[in-house]
Design a protein around this ligand. Structure first.
Ligand SMILES: NC(=O)c1ccc[n+]([C@@H]2O[C@H](COP(=O)([O-])OP(=O)(O)OC[C@H]3O[C@@H](n4cnc5c(N)ncnc54)[C@H](O)[C@@H]3O)[C@@H](O)[C@H]2O)c1
Length: 288
């Protein structure tokens, strides 16, 4: 009988790590957030405080609950300080070399076979990450949260080639305890979410490039006709056009198929530094 998860190590204090720490603390779990960047930790702390005080103001949370959740999160720049956690979720930068280094160290630190080493990667192969964990490979699983974590309901649970069925089942249980809906995918490039979403976004760029319609019409048709909350071009700006190109490259290389190559117009925007919301200019101009 696996033990109840009482403590969680979150590696990475960025957008995703901060959100995962927040929902875990709200669910009564003690969290230690590790990041190498002091300013990133300060920003993460400040954002949590702001979100909780807003929730209290809006009557969505009591001050007591917000203070209790806040007190459950501890921050550290020392990886050794997360030793002893019941579960690990890695959410550092999307860089295989960084993740490989971390999983190698985690495998040595967490020899207890009940500790799951989950990764929130959005595109790197779970099987490859698991390989870097050596004998702990069967305990490595994809636990793919969506942004913003406190709002989005889905956790895509990805089973690497080595991941045990028991670890998948326990990941489902933890996701549910965090108030999420887990759905399972196997480890193929893009999993399900990006495999289906990104080619649609890419196709919207082809439609734009070929003059099929204006951006507002492409987005409006998909919103009104397909009930999407946001059109594909607006969504691409939100995600970052550079990220979209990177994910298309992962699909094309990982699935060995040129039909996943990024649209020339999408690549052109990136070459021009029009990356979307983060540069205030992408398909749309946000300076206005
Ligand atoms: N942003 C999204 O929409 C989204 C959605 C799902 C999954 N993801 C995945 O989640 C992960 C994190 O993404 P993010 O958007 O939170 O990134 P981010 O840039 O906001 O945060 C990454 C954090 O990792 C830290 N970091 C870098 N190297 C480190 C190391 N060696 N040890 C510890 N910390 C280190 C950085 O200081 C930074 O604070 C990535 O794998 C990404 O693919 C992102």
């Amino acid at each position: 009988m696996p033990k109840q998860i009482k403590s969680l190590a979150v590696l990475g204090a960025g957008q995703m790590g901060g959100g995962i720490a927040q929902i875990a603390a709200q669910a009564g779990i003690d969290v230690t957030v590790y990041d190498t960047w002091a300013e990133g930790i300060d920003r993460c702390k400040a954002l949590r405080a702001k979100l909780w005080s807003r929730a209290v103001e809006k009557g969505k949370m009591t001050q007591d609950d917000a203070s209790t959740a806040g007190a459950r999160i501890h921050y550290t720049q020392d990886l050794e300080a997360v030793a002893g956690a019941d579960w690990v979720v890695e959410a550092v930068v999307e860089d295989m070399a960084v993740k490989a280094d971390l999983f190698g160290r985690l495998a040595k630190m967490f020899t207890d076979d009940s500790v799951v080493l989950a990764t929130n990667t959005s595109s790197i192969s779970i099987t490859e990450i698991a390989t870097t964990a050596g004998a702990a490979a069967h305990r490595v699983v994809g636990m793919h949260f969506f942004n913003p974590v406190p709002v989005m309901k889905l956790v895509e649970v990805i089973k690497g080639l080595q991941t045990s069925d028991d670890v998948v089942a326990r990941t489902f249980a933890l996701a549910e305890r965090l108030g999420k809906t887990p759905l399972k995918a196997n480890d193929r490039a893009g999993f399900v979410s990006n495999r289906v979403l990104m080619p649609m976004i890419n196709e919207a760029f082809y439609a734009l490039m070929e003059g099929v319609a204006e951006p507002e019409a492409i987005d409006g048709i998909m919103m009104l006709g397909c009930a999407h909350p946001m059109g594909p071009l607006r969504l691409a700006d939100f995600i970052g056009l550079d990220t979209c190109v990177n994910i298309m490259n992962v699909l094309a290389d990982g699935l060995n198929n040129d039909r996943y190559r990024a649209c020339p117009l999408l690549k052109q925007y990136v070459a021009a530094g029009r990356l979307g919301d983060k540069t205030k200019l992408g398909v749309y101009d946000y300076n206005k």
